[in-house]
Design a binder for this molecule. Structure first.
Ligand SMILES: Nc1ncnc2c1ncn2[C@@H]1O[C@H](COP(=O)(O)OP(=O)(O)O)[C@@H](O)[C@H]1O
Ligand SMILES: [Mg+2]
Length: 278
């Protein structure tokens, strides 16, 4: 699946002269099995952008194309698009609605008309993929879970529909370190299955570990789109976006200054360790 945004702008119509320009002339293309980080400070337009991928918002100007089809056309099948692009919103509660975790995760497959056995197999596989214990979790209320569990159940509800692309809006919000590591592992799995992953976040530490391509958005405009190492060539883009250098890179720079290592383009602890083992 290919996604293309062409001159997309979005104004929230407040019926006031100072209507907010949330997106300002956005252009990019995303191909199958890319892993892309969209970063920017709070209020820069990230969540607004996410809503344009599946037509939850209509551009005030410009167009969104999926596989070269204009999704704003009246005869465009928006429901099947919403099955192909799974969006996990910032507040997982907004996506949980059934009485039990099992029902929540099986909701999608049920609607595809699969038979009971196929549904059950798919739900069990999904539980395993998101690292939730099937017997322990299946009958629990999704609303009485920890933040990390809620997010994984919301993700499971999307995964069970087998979309081609996953968009996660602030996937690390309210999670502790172990919750973040679990999501990270899961995303790597999905990526290896050939899925396209889009991580939307102000948490640069998380995003750079997983994504080689980074898009930086600031006040509704794209100010950078390219490989992550380009982003760190100078500090001006991050400064402009009010974002700090990731912690791992601050350490690496320090270690380079102290002449322990020669390279400071490292994006994870694993990579830093490797520099010491040679
Ligand atoms: N429903 C809305 N109505 C009016 N303005 C909004 C609405 N949602 C967001 N905005 C405004 O649009 C801008 C971008 O918001 P948002 O897309 O939520 O940014 P981010 O996700 O990067 O924090 C902000 O100025 C925000 O106040
Ligand atoms: Mg947001």
């Amino acid at each position: 699946m290919k996604v293309r945004f062409v001159n997309v702008s979005h104004y929230y119509q407040n019926y006031l002269p100072d209507a907010t320009v949330a997106l300002n002339d956005i252009n990019f293309e995303i191909r199958q099995n890319e892993c892309i980080g969209i970063i920017g400070p709070s209020g820069s337009g990230k969540t607004t952008l996410v809503q344009h991928f599946t037509g939850l918002l209509q551009p005030s100007e410009g167009k969104v194309f999926i596989d070269d089809d204009d999704i704003s056309k009246v005869d465009y099948d928006i429901n099947s698009l919403r099955r192909k692009i799974g969006v996990i919103f910032q507040f997982p509660e907004s996506q949980l609605f059934e009485e039990t975790v099992y029902e929540d995760v099986s909701f999608g497959p049920k609607n595809f008309g699969l038979d009971e056995d196929e549904i059950d197999t798919r739900v069990r596989e999904t539980f395993q993929l998101v690292d939730l214990n099937f017997e322990k979790m299946k009958s629990r209320s999704p609303f009485k879970l920890s933040e990390g569990e809620k997010r994984r159940v919301a993700l499971a509800g999307i995964i069970s529909m087998n979309p081609e692309m996953f968009i996660l809006d602030e996937p690390t919000a309210c999670l502790d370190a172990s919750g973040i590591r679990r999501i990270e592992k899961l995303l790597l799995n999905l990526y290896q299955l050939g899925k396209t992953i889009i991580l939307v976040s102000h948490n640069l530490d998380f995003v750079i570990k997983l994504c080689r391509r980074i898009i930086v958005i600031e006040r509704g405009k794209i100010i950078f789109d390219g490989p992550r190492r380009e982003l760190f060539k100078n500090n001006s883009i991050l400064e402009k976006a009010g974002l700090e250098l990731p912690r791992i890179m601050r350490y690496a720079r320090k270690l380079k200054e102290l002449e322990y290592i020669e390279e400071d383009k490292v994006y994870s602890i694993g990579e830093l360790k490797k520099l010491f083992s040679v």
